[in-house]
Design a protein around this ligand. Structure first.
Ligand code: CP
Length: 312
């Protein structure tokens, strides 16, 4: 039996096999969250959130407990990082005590990479400004559960090309036949580097990733219409008139009806009346709260993948 940390900082770092296995384990935990071995018994997981969170923090805390681990929770003002201790020293100290650290820290993923630069403690990105990888894993778990698999799915993402959209692009582009259409206001698309990475993955895997700045010609055969809050947690927009650019990208019944077979997804939290109408979010085609529940099952799968002892 060997053990060693496996970090989850960006989905770009993970193989398709790793993503598939986390999704499959997430589905297994979803079908019976109580019937699992205590794979993290004797382990301790740190849960460090410097920014607000309802779902991700709860999912990883509860998930760790359900897998038999102890949990240490750190709020935004708890660590000596705030008084000037270096990230490197923090990583060195915490890795002598914790088996895993789930962190929503600064906007900069470099801080997470510095925390991961030690040999003993797995570091999981619970959201940075540029990527929300555990959200995409929960989303894929929900999609696989709903559609029986991921190959060939068509997804229309509407709204800001934010961290959730980035992670979704890096995840969906692994699966043959998938198509992701990002419909984003001009100036609010995916970061060029992420779009390039997603397109490269898509080209390798027989998938497509398209970014457009209009709402014309939505694919009528889409399986999913997905949106997120216009004001992503922890971010602000420089243009005071940004709402004008976003107005055409609200998901209302007319938009959803242009994709008549599609389910509606939202990573939550939502602002009803802004990025989505209440009628859509609370309507029969919405699986947003199923998606939120799967944050727990997927967090369990991520913790098992990153922290549990394993052979080989
Ligand atoms: N979707 C999501 O990450 O929710 P929280 O910000 O509440 O964790």
């Amino acid at each position: 039996m060997t053990s060693g940390p496996r970090h989850l900082i960006s989905l770009w770092d993970l193989s398709t096999e790793a993503i598939e296995s986390i999704v499959e384990r997430g589905r297994a935990f979803a079908s019976d969250p109580t019937a699992h071995p205590d794979v993290l018994r004797g382990k301790v997981i740190g849960v460090y959130f410097r920014k607000t969170s309802t779902r991700t923090r709860s999912a990883f805390s509860v998930g760790a407990m359900r897998l038999g681990a102890g949990v240490v929770a750190y709020g935004p003002d708890d660590l000596q990082l705030n008084t000037g201790e270096t990230v490197e020293d923090t990583a060195r100290v915490l890795s002598g005590m914790l088996d895993g650290l789930v962190a929503r820290t600064s906007a900069d993923p470099a801080e997470l990479r510095a925390l991961a630069d030690q040999p003993a403690m797995a570091v999981v990105n619970a959201m940075t400004a540029d990527e929300h990888p555990t959200q995409a894993l929960a989303d894929l778990t929900t999609l696989a559960q709903r559609f029986g698999g991921l190959r060939g799915l068509g997804c229309v993402y509407v709204g800001e090309g934010n961290n959730t959209a980035s992670a979704l692009a890096l995840a969906l582009s692994r699966f043959p036949g998938t198509s992701l259409e990002l419909r984003v206001p001009a100036g609010y698309g995916l970061a060029p580097r992420t779009l390039d990475q997603a397109r490269r993955l898509a080209a390798q895997n027989g998938a497509t990733v398209v970014e457009r700045h209009d709402m014309e010609d939505l694919p009528a055969d889409a399986d999913v219409v997905y949106t997120t809050r216009w004001q992503t947690t922890g971010t602000t927009k420089a243009d005071p008139d940004w709402r004008n650019a976003f107005e055409p990208f609200r998901v209302d019944s007319r938009v959803l009806d242009r994709c008549p077979e599609a389910v509606f997804m939202h990573d939550l939290p939502a602002h009803r009346g802004e990025e989505v109408t209440a009628r859509v979010l609370d309507g029969p085609r919405s699986i947003a709260f199923e998606q939120a529940r799967n944050k727990l099952h997927s967090a369990m799968a991520v913790l098992e993948w990153s922290v549990a002892d394993r052979t080989g």
